[in-house]
Design a protein around this ligand. Structure first.
Ligand SMILES: *Cc1c(COP(=O)(O)O)cnc(C)c1O
Length: 463
């Protein structure tokens, strides 16, 4: 019996001459198909021997298995998801979305050669840093600028170049950890500089910095307390005060802004509104910030400040390891260009657009999404409620912004089952659960994503 079944298993030549298998070879390549066919035949052989199968698989069955396995392999691991969390700069979901012009710029340099390090005027070798420095100088008012892989790299490069084997004075209240991976004390150690903490967690005075200055002090560092806020009896030294203290003692001053902004967001109702330009004006020598936080561009670390220091950074050996590629440069330049038009920048940069949506605009989005979802059969019920979104990405700590959410409840599914099925949909939808209801915050959902949400919910209920 077993032997007869084994004898009747479809033979390899029969399989590869099957027209539909030939089509699969066209898609996946001969080698992959042969390998999967062999493994699948082995699988059936073993199943027959172990008496788990008492019939011969058809060619269709074998082909189906092979196609399934290869399709899963071809599915990309990193893919588009729908952010229904309301957190605009969501580090786990890739932080900022890029503007349309920025996307076009990336495609353009990806598809063709570019003048990345070629000076078109002289016909000679050029520098990749030159593409971005002029626009950064114009926008921030700084003397010079350079860009590296991310803000953590920016901080490390600056400290390595300007403070190696020397002391850096930082307020205790600013020794931050961001997202579990960026810790000021650890970055400092990696850079080869020594940390000197001053003040207390909640209060640091200018005299604390001044009293700590010694022969080996090279830098006074101010770090933006990105993801937490100390409230109550607090005192921090302003950028202006720190800059003048640095000048008095001939010591370099640096500010790590984290989420640097180039527009005044107090006009949008945010209490936190210190721009990169403000810090440049304060007289701080070196300023670092991220490209993909409130700036709304690609992952990058932007360094602006005094020309003599920026020049030194460009020559540091670490620069070779931390430099950005052409895709990042193209995306960042296009993002920065959006800021040249003050009237359109809040609309064109998705991050700025999403954080500045008005209550009326959000309510309209919620009503539109709800009316679409209401078309699904009765099992679900949808309602709209006011809720809170966050800017995220260590920007504007403690600042809550009012948003609208769709609350989903179902007669047959628990909230965690709905959340899971949305998350495991072919275009994953990331939602949150509150008090037994699944919440979709419309602030971070795009209009062209409503349809996908509808389909995901519909398919789950029809399963
Ligand atoms: C986010 C942040 C960083 C790290 O920036 P990345 O671009 O994520 O490397 C460093 N410092 C501060 C203050 C931050 O907010």
């Amino acid at each position: 019996m077993k032997n007869e079944l084994l004898r009747n298993l479809p033979k390899m030549d029969l399989l590869i001459n099957d027209q539909k298998v030939k089509n699969l070879i066209g898609i996946f390549g001969r080698e992959s198909i042969l390998k999967e066919l062999r493994e699948t035949l082995d699988f059936y052989r073993r199943a027959i021997l172990n008496e788990e199968k008492d019939s011969v698989p058809t060619i269709e069955e074998i082909r189906g298995k092979v196609e399934n396995k290869l399709s899963i392999k071809k599915e990309p691991s990193i893919k588009r998801v729908i952010n229904a969390t309301g957190i605009v700069i969501h580090t786990n979901l890739g932080r900022s979305l890029l503007s349309e012009n920025s996307i076009k710029a990336m495609i353009n340099v990806a598809r063709g050669y570019s003048n990345l390090e070629y000076n078109l005027k002289d016909g000679k070798r050029g520098s990749r840093h030159d593409h971005i420095s002029n626009i950064l100088k114009e926008l921030t008012g700084a003397e010079d600028a350079v860009v590296v892989n991310n803000n953590a790299a920016a901080v490390m490069l600056v400290l390595n170049e300007l403070s190696k084997n020397k002391e850096v004075i930082v307020s205790r209240g600013e020794l931050v950890e961001i997202g579990g991976s960026f810790r000021v004390p650890e970055i400092m150690e990696l850079s080869g500089s020594f940390l000197k903490e001053v003040g207390t967690t909640n209060r640091t005075h200018l005299s604390d910095y001044e009293n700590a200055i010694g022969d080996n002090t090279s830098l006074l560092l101010k770090v933006h307390s990105s993801n937490f806020k100390i409230i109550g009896f607090t005192k921090e030294v302003s950028s202006e005060e720190l800059a003048s203290l640095g000048k008095k003692h001939n010591i370099i001053t640096m500010e790590d802004l984290g989420s640097g902004i180039l527009v005044d967001l107090s006009e949008e109702g945010f209490s936190e509104s210190k721009t990169v330009m403000d810090v440049v004006k304060s007289g701080i020598d070196i300023i670092t910030f991220s490209g993909d936080k409130l700036l709304g561009g690609p992952q990058a670390g932007i360094i602006v400040g005094k020309k003599e220091y920026i020049e030194r950074l460009k020559k540091n050996q670490l620069m070779r390891a931390l430099r950005v590629d052409k895709i990042t440069l193209a995306a960042l330049e296009a993002t920065l260009m959006e800021y040249l038009n003050k009237e359109s920048v809040m609309k064109e940069i998705p991050t700025l657009n999403m954080i500045s949506l008005t209550k009326e605009e959000l309510k309209k989005k919620a009503l539109e999404l709800k009316s679409m979802l209401d078309s699904i059969e009765l099992d679900y019920s949808f309602s709209i409620s006011e809720n809170t979104s966050f800017v995220g990405g260590g920007s504007m700590p403690g600042e809550e912004i009012t948003s609208y959410v769709i609350e989903i409840v179902s007669k047959s599914l628990e909230a965690n089952e709905i959340e899971k099925s949305l998350r495991e949909y072919k275009t994953p939808i990331i939602s949150r659960i509150n008090k037994g209801k699944v919440l979709l915050d419309v602030r971070t959902i795009k209009e062209d994503e409503y349809e996908t949400i509808l389909k995901a919910l519909e398919e789950r209920i029809n399963k």
